[in-house]
Design a protein. Structure first.
Length: 270
């Protein structure tokens, strides 16, 4: 079975044809439980997200802020396995028909095996992977297997990325480009800032891939702001916080649904 890179590309193109940015949600697998995480991922897709990134919790999440780190710790303490991540992808995609990616650090894939990981992700209906810490110059083997399986390889660019580096990264990537709106870890911020606008402009000069902005977006107003200059708006910590702050799982799912619906309105205003 081939992965769903084409579905990802078609979904982002459809949003563009509607004159809006796509809403890309992030939620870690295994949080608050494996079953609860599956329900949360389905909830964001059913409530207006176009694409979802399923986080693969890691013990040393260098890009993630305290909110996601807390959720990751809960998932890992609950005994989360990569098989549970694949199940999350499978069930979320099967229930909604929407593109589901895995966002991960390199170490878990390296230990699991590249061929095994890409084969299982494709079989689960996954659309690809966001690899936050894999250097492009060390990614050839991964990209070979991902392409064979019909999976996108999404790389992260940052405001510190020089133009030459941007060209190298975007030439190697597929699906879309993840533009980190600022230097630092994931979390909520008051504004995306001018650095994000400049980064999108510089990145677009190097590629035809959609450029989607993450890190810092937490409400509809910020989603509308980013949607005004980016092809996609990525929201993670705010959704995770909605679940963390809820008194129980049912209330958390309701909060996640409500926030996603507001964010979906925001990207349409942008």
């Amino acid at each position: 079975m081939s992965g769903n890179i084409q579905l990802l590309s078609d979904t982002l193109a459809q949003a563009r044809s509607e004159g809006r940015a796509a809403l890309i949600a992030y939620f870690p697998a295994g949080f608050p439980t494996v079953d609860g995480g599956i329900e949360a991922v389905k909830a964001v897709l059913e409530s207006g997200a176009d694409v979802v990134e399923v986080g693969l919790p890691h013990s040393d999440p260098v890009l993630d802020g305290p909110v996601v780190q807390t959720a990751d710790d809960i998932a890992l303490r609950g005994g989360l396995k990569i098989a549970d991540v694949m199940r999350t992808v499978r069930e979320a995609h099967a229930a909604t028909g929407k593109p589901v990616l895995v966002m991960t650090y390199w170490n878990p894939i390296d230990r699991y095996g590249i061929e095994r990981f890409t084969t299982e992700l494709a079989e689960a209906g996954g659309a690809g992977c966001i690899l936050s810490d894999l250097p492009v110059q060390e990614s050839a083997t991964w990209r070979e297997h991902a392409e064979k399986q019909g999976l996108a390889t999404v790389f992260v660019v940052a405001p510190s990325s020089k133009d030459k580096r941007l060209k190298e990264i975007t030439a190697a990537g597929s699906g879309f480009v993840y533009a980190a709106s600022l230097m630092g870890v994931t979390g909520t911020r008051a504004s995306a800032g001018e650095a994000a606008v400049a980064l999108v402009r510089r990145t677009r000069a190097t590629t035809e891939l959609p450029v989607c902005v993450g890190i810092g977006v937490s409400d509809a107003e910020q989603a509308a702001e980013v949607a005004g200059f980016a092809d996609g708006v990525i929201v993670g910590s705010a959704l995770v916080k909605a679940m963390l702050d809820a008194p129980d799982e049912a209330a958390g799912l309701a909060a996640v649904r409500a926030l996603t619906a507001e964010l979906a309105k925001g990207v349409r205003r942008g």
